[in-house]
Design a protein around this ligand. Sequence first.
Ligand SMILES: NC(=O)c1ccc[n+]([C@@H]2O[C@H](COP(=O)([O-])OP(=O)(O)OC[C@H]3O[C@@H](n4cnc5c(N)ncnc54)[C@H](O)[C@@H]3O)[C@@H](O)[C@H]2O)c1
Length: 235
Amino acid sequence: MTGAAGGIGSATVRTLAAQGYRVIGFDVRDAAAAEDGVHVVGDVCEREELQGAVDLALERWGRLDAVVAAAAVIAGGQPLWETPDDQLQELWDVDVRGVWNTAAVAVPAMLAGPAPSGCRFVAVASAAASYGLFHLAGYNAAKHAVVGLVRGLAADLVSTGVTAVAVSPGSTNTLMLEATAELYGLSDPIAFASNQLLRRVLDPDEVAATIAFCCSVEGAALNGSVVNADGGFRP
Ligand SMILES: NC(=O)c1ccc[n+]([C@@H]2O[C@H](COP(=O)([O-])OP(=O)(O)OC[C@H]3O[C@@H](n4cnc5c(N)ncnc54)[C@H](O)[C@@H]3O)[C@@H](O)[C@H]2O)c1
């Protein structure tokens, strides 16, 4: 689970652990490990650090059943033509290549494992993967790329039993939503509630429940698709 110290990531770690998974959390930030789990501090931009986390799972438990790629950053606050190169580069490196790296180290372990047909790769995309959001062109581009990555991966996994799916949350009460509010000069992220037909922001546990279903054996039917966990997002 990458992004395990974050709002959605830590909720997903808790949800999966409660369902009996032994979870390796992975994040640039430290965090408490789940019961029977491990937390690894590492950077998704560094493939060998992710490989170390996969190796640890195989060493401890002999198998890897599900991987969730949730680590990401948000940046923006200006139109595309004023976006600094380094901002676009960071979004690309963390939000796209980070997910790519995660799949690149996890999928071979799943294919070589005892039960590939139960194995799931889940990438956390965003409502920004379906819509163009004001002053977030770089984040939009990165999240659309995550969906493309998942679709390509699902095609490459044809007939292996391993599946790939993207989950696209709407506005969810986390530090990233606070950072997004700051980009827009909003004092309270609750303002994003009006973008969702639920007329409230989501709780990370709600998004985690959807991600956990995608990790399940029954989640196979979602292969290659984008699951919108967004409360009816309409920008
Ligand atoms: N919160 C929302 O409204 C929302 C909406 C749509 C999509 N998302 C997506 O959900 C996912 C989780 O976001 P969140 O809202 O929990 O945000 P968050 O900021 O709470 O969590 C993101 C986590 O990713 C980690 N991270 C950042 N760069 C990293 C790196 N290079 N290597 C390893 N870890 C790194 C951070 O330390 C953080 O713990 C992200 O992919 C985000 O884009 C969030």
